[in-house]
Design a protein around this ligand. Structure first.
Ligand SMILES: Cc1cc2nc3c(=O)[nH]c(=O)nc-3n(C[C@H](O)[C@H](O)[C@H](O)COP(=O)(O)OP(=O)(O)OC[C@H]3O[C@@H](n4cnc5c(N)ncnc54)[C@H](O)[C@@H]3O)c2cc1C
Length: 376
């Protein structure tokens, strides 16, 4: 059997790419070290935010909007809950550069964005208790993605279209010629015309089999669910939100399906020498303290920790993504380095990867994610 495309890493990006490739009639093999969705990568913990007015840069907005359309399309095709329109409030001090970029992104791309004072925020959502010098920007059309459901949905659809999934499968060696790739797994060989590497934090383990190393730093991150007697935080009553004051960045979710309020800190974290070894939640005092202190300061004093988990960001030096051919390999495409903000784009990136691998133009240009930006 000769596959059109072999994908190593069937998580957020890989599973979406696998689905869109099968939609284009390609014969696809998806290889994963685990059984996605799972807790060993970057996609667990049920939910991810999708924001459109992008504080990380206006260049992401077209990809965010296209991805949003694809999420809604996926929801129509699957029986699972994929998107919950909670709206997202970005807030912080008036001089936050992140908030400035949120505002400029919205202006540049004509997005609906409501500027609010702290008082207006505290009145509309009584769960907030923001300081009077804060401002916020509320976008009503964005919200919460069910990340694990999305991966399950893409998996079901891809398998229905004929994709072969090799789960709990380790890659030992990769051999390539100009028109063929052989991936050696367990005691089997998988052959294809092209290879896509979307192995998240494991990307360099795979790239090393082809004598390449990419500028990636896997970083241990935590997130937590909190409980409170107050009902202000239930879905339908509280938005998704992001906070940035130039020194620290936090994000969070309403209590979805009564799971509790979820909060994470986006900046900082512990670099991982061995990406597979994650110290459990609670290893460091800040695992619990940072988000709890944030919740007490800006939400409510009665909030208590319910549960915490660990997860991994795979950071690039500039925190922008890497989507390019592996240097020296014209038939090996790689998409990695999603630096803790990639999930929302995985529908759009998966579709784009499928288009690139089948010689078509992606709906949104991915040029800014090329590797040669690190050359100078
Ligand atoms: C705590 C946390 C909160 C986040 N919040 C948000 C958010 O609100 N919004 C947002 O947009 N993004 C968010 N992100 C980021 C987002 O989840 C990631 O950018 C995205 O999931 C990365 O996708 P990926 O496909 O690269 O990795 P993954 O989804 O982890 O997929 C990689 C896959 O490769 C497999 N793999 C690894 N090594 C090998 C190997 N050697 N052989 C075979 N398979 C292998 C893994 O098992 C995994 O299934 C968050 C991330 C974390 C950790």
């Amino acid at each position: 059997m000769m596959y059109d495309v072999i994908i190593i890493g069937a998580g957020s990006m890989g599973m979406a790419a696998g689905y869109y490739l099968t939609e284009a009639g390609q014969k696809v093999a998806l290889i994963d070290a685990y059984d996605p969705p799972h807790e060993e990568g970057s996609h667990h913990g049920e939910t991810r935010l999708i924001r459109h007015a992008y504080g990380e840069g206006g260049n992401y907005v077209p990809l965010a909007l296209h991805s949003q359309e694809l999420w809604e399309e996926l929801e129509g095709k699957s029986e699972k809950r994929i998107f919950l329109k909670t709206g997202v409030l970005n807030f912080g001090p008036k001089d936050s550069a992140f908030l400035d970029t949120v505002q400029k992104s919205a202006q540049e791309h004509n997005l609906s964005l409501e500027e609010m004072t702290a008082e207006e925020i505290n009145t509309r959502w009584p769960g907030f208790q923001l300081e009077s010098e804060f401002i916020g920007y509320f976008e009503k059309n964005s919200g919460v993605l069910f990340s694990e459901n999305a991966i399950r949905a893409y998996r079901t659809l891809a398998e229905k279209n004929g994709a072969d999934l090799y789960t709990n499968t380790r890659v030992h060696a990769i051999e390539t010629t100009a028109d063929e790739v052989t991936v050696k797994v367990n005691d089997n060989e998988i052959k294809g015309k092209k290879l896509l590497i979307t192995a998240g934090k494991g990307t360099n383990q795979v790239a090393k089999l082809l004598q390449r190393t990419l500028p990636l730093s896997p970083t241990r991150k935590t997130f937590s669910w909190f409980k409170t007697e107050k009902t202000h935080y239930e879905e339908g009553m509280f938005p998704g939100w992001g906070y940035d004051d130039g020194e620290s960045t936090y994000y969070g979710f309403p209590s979805v399906e009564e799971a509790g309020i979820k909060i994470g800190r986006h900046d900082q974290g512990h670099p991982l020498e061995e990406p597979e070894k994650l110290e459990p939640f609670g290893t460091y005092p800040e695992d619990e303290e940072e988000t709890l202190a944030f919740a007490h300061k800006y939400f409510s004093k009665d909030i208590q920790l319910k549960e915490g988990r660990v997860c991994t960001y795979t950071n690039t030096p500039d925190e922008d993504f890497i989507i390019d051919y592996l240097p020296g390999y014209a038939n090996v495409l790689v998409a990695c380095g999603f630096s803790g903000h990639g999930f929302k784009f995985s529908s759009g990136i998966g579709e784009s990867l499928a288009k690139i691998l089948t010689g078509r133009e992606p709906a949104v240009s991915l040029e800014s994610f090329r590797l040669d930006r690190f050359d100078h």
